[in-house]
Design a protein around this ligand. Sequence first.
Ligand code: M7G
Length: 192
Amino acid sequence: IKHPLQNTWTLWYYEPDRNKSWEESQREITSFDTAEDFWSKEKFLFMRSLYNHIKTASELRQGCDYSMFKQGIRPMWEDDQNKCGGRWLINLDKKQRTTDLDNFWLEILLCMIGEAFNEYSDDVCGAVVNVRPKGDKLGIWTSNADCADSVMEIGRKLKERLRITSKTTMGYQVHKDTMIKAGSQTKNTYTL
Ligand code: M7G
């Protein structure tokens, strides 16, 4: 028998396409609800697989994203579960694409499917990896930016699991602020 997960998770892929809107360029790849299915799909995404058209995060073309969200939550600010939420953002420097990106992404996925955030796991919506020339980004999205206890506990757990040193700061940004930022940097509502 397979080991059921608490939630069903969906993987999404974003590739920029000038003929489509941002939303239309988000594609669902696959969903899974057992540990075994996660690991079999994980092979495609994180190890060098038989199928060379599917890549690890660090091998994606710059400008592309992977997202993994609970089933029924779209990886966008507009979704009902995201619209009052925000994200813990980890900005990587360019060198970390080869050293840290795939490891951090996998660890974030494992935290999510393992419901590692204890009583706050329900507030986690999903996570996104953005592969960008300026430096890659990892974000873990939560549903309620006003719930400081939940946001801080999720952030602390994440920092611990990724073994991010206390020198590095992590910021939590409210989606409503990100949406309207227009070029400038979004302010951090919480930091760790
Ligand atoms: P990004 O890909 O999060 O970061 O946002 P980047 O600036 O490092 O590439 C790039 C652009 O994608 C935004 O300015 C929006 O136009 C669009 N975009 C990103 N997100 C996460 C959303 C979203 O949730 N909803 C919508 N409608 N557009 C988004």
